[in-house]
Design a protein around this ligand. Sequence first.
Ligand code: SF4
Ligand code: SF4
Length: 346
Amino acid sequence: MKIIKKNVFEGLVDELIENDEREIIGVQSKDSKYVFDRLEKAEGLELDYDVTILPPKKYFMPQRETLVEYETREGLEMEPVNEVIPRIIIGIHPYDLEAIKQMDKVFADSPKDSNYLEKRENSVLIGVNMQQTSDWSFAGSMGTATVDDGYDLMLTDLGKKYAVEIGSSKGSDLLEKISEDVRDASPEEIDKVEKAKEEIKDEFDKELDFSPQKLPSLLADTYDQDDFWEENAEDCYSCGTCNIVCPTCYCFDVQDFSDISLEEGERMRQWDGCMLEAFAEVAGGENFREERAERYRHRYMRKGRYLYNRFGDIACVGCGRCSSQCVPDIADPTDIFNKLWRGKDE
Ligand code: SF4
Ligand code: SF4
């Protein structure tokens, strides 16, 4: 573990903004909320935030992107497209780092998604341990309040200085730029970091009543409780917001857009969400999750069971974004999972 003064870190960020070819992204406040956005100056960084509106996945899987451009003038010619902007992203909380790790696995699975993977390879992730928690978060219950890996550098605020853990050669290359101002952490400073990490785990207002490892079997056992799913989905607007803000939701829709001559066009993908009515509609107009309650159940099954069965991770990192943004307040995973847990023996 290393120690750097805050003004040295800010100097490094300003120097990167000024002279590095990569785009520098950082957490900033906007209309009393927090967002990941392009940084103009290091002083704009807000590293003691609670949660951002959207997770940093938007940099690896943009809301809308072109995958292929094509021409048909002399037979079909297709050109793959991937707009990769190398970036350094500063201020990622541990639960979002865990979500990125999960997305890395999903997109590296066969067939590999090079549009996502190349953007990830060209990014540097600077994490920060939480100083405050969102009222909706339950990362403490999901084991994502702290992480041991998934970052290139990890900062912990120690007053006028940061403790810095190095997670990769990309991270150590960055620190190399200020090597004269970097020193080893003392045993007391290492203890302080460990204590801060332990303490944050108890700072969450929301929690699961049971171990998240029990979710896959709980959800398998409660899949057929139609009355439960219908009752809880009753007020759902099918707006898809809970999908859009989630760091582990990655579904997309692919569409072709041709010009009027049909001689050229592009294939694009854009974010989609399983809570939207048309998500499961297929050719011929058939919809295999036509009912709101089916879509509502599917989202929870996917978070706590389906992706676990496929990739070995519970696909909810407890950020609380879904519940904080749901207008009828019916998207809180702790609420639904705890109700299912309490009712399982009835
Ligand atoms: S659960 Fe809430 S956020 Fe999600 S689709 Fe329904 S109304 Fe929208
Ligand atoms: S389901 Fe909700 S709490 Fe869980 S990771 Fe997604 S947005 Fe965060």
